[in-house]
Ligand binder design. Structure first.
Ligand code: 9MR
Length: 330
């Protein structure tokens, strides 16, 4: 009895040491290796088992977005958002709050606002309600998401049209007041290579800090394509050189169909490269993968000619991509 209990304990200890990406990145002094969950996966045992054993931070894939939480003005739906928050906190996972101010998944009633006062109040109320509700439970907020076009100009969102650049200051200041201890991030995609978009983002970060607007981090989403990850580390380093925290917030590395063993082997090297890129940048606090299994990924509907971007396959088996991430952490 005693012996078998000892054996079980030893086996569990060994398997968690060998298994957990999160434990390994923490052992290297970083904050988390994370993933997403939502209503479509929260009841799938294979997914939640993997999240439980491998990952230390959770982002809600959709349930914390504006259209889900405040579908009409000052009418807040907390059911799905709370379910994610409770799943994460009851399992000791960090939470990345995604996202407070974003042009997409934004209800029509916000998109139709045309005057400064109303939009200001609406932004303040949304942030106060959402960040206030989860105060003290959120590790980091994506305060603003995807504010730039590829050419580095501001995206023509209702926020920018009505308020100009200062909507960003408004969002960060309101978020800081609502939850003083959460790290406040600007988040965007296609920051993985040099060009006008990352230049514009870094310039904006400089202006925000120059005016005393509270910002703690830069999130690089990391929606990547196999074979095209070579610039990631250099760009993360530029972000880290601001002195702010940096995170890879939505990593996936998709494969052009047809998927074959050569491409899967390249994907393994790419996950290793990107994980190492974070480890090689001291300001990089962690990595969030945008999905567990290839069975549940936004890539299928958005990029039908691509497939298989994640670490577990359609049947929840580890892919060589997992070995890539794991190798970087060993
Ligand atoms: O993964 C999300 C997908 O289920 C939604 O349909 C989509 C709608 O915009 O948003 C996806 O997540 C996005 C994230 O919130 C922001 N960066 C890009 C992600 C992939 O589109």
């Amino acid at each position: 009895m005693k012996l078998s209990a000892f054996v079980v304990t030893a086996v569990l200890a060994v398997s968690s040491v060998n298994a957990a990406l999160d434990a390994k990145i923490k052992a290297k002094g970083r904050a988390y290796y994370g993933n997403i969950i939502d209503q479509n996966t929260i009841n799938i045992g294979q997914v939640t088992n993997i999240l439980n054993t491998e990952f230390g931070a959770i982002t809600a894939e959709n349930s914390w977005k504006w259209d889900a939480i405040e579908p009409s003005r000052n009418n807040f739906n907390w059911g799905n958002a709370d379910a994610i928050a409770n799943w994460a906190t009851s399992r000791g996972k960090l939470i990345r709050g995604h996202t407070l101010v974003w042009h997409s998944q934004l209800p029509g009633w916000v998109q139709n606002i045309g005057d400064r006062n109303t939009l200001t109040q609406v932004i303040q109320n949304h942030i106060n309600q959402v960040a206030g509700r989860y105060r003290g439970r959120v590790y980091a907020w994506d305060v603003v998401n995807e504010v730039f076009e590829e050419n580095g100009s501001f995206r023509n969102s209702v926020f920018y049209r009505v308020l100009g650049e200062e909507f960003i200051d408004l969002a960060f200041r309101t978020a800081r007041a609502a939850d003083a201890n959460a790290k406040l991030y600007i988040n965007d995609y296609n920051l993985d290579g040099p060009g006008p978009k990352i230049d514009a983002l870094l310039a904006l970060v400089g202006r925000l800090r120059g005016r005393g607007t509270p910002i703690d981090g830069i999130g690089s989403q990391g929606h990547l394509i196999v074979g095209q990850v070579g610039n990631v580390e250099a760009q993360l380093k530029r972000m880290g050189d601001t002195g702010l925290d940096v995170a890879i917030t939505e990593l996936d590395i998709r494969i052009q169909r047809p998927v074959d063993s050569t491409k899967l082997a390249q994907q393994q090297r790419d996950y290793e490269t990107v994980t190492k890129a974070c480890l090689n940048v001291p300001q990089c606090v962690g990595i969030t993968i945008w999905g567990v299994s290839d069975r549940h990924t936004w890539v299928d509907s958005t990029f039908p000619s691509f497939d298989s971007p994640l670490l577990w396959d359609d049947n929840y088996s580890r892919k060589s991509a997992y070995t890539g991430a794991d190798t970087a952490l060993n």
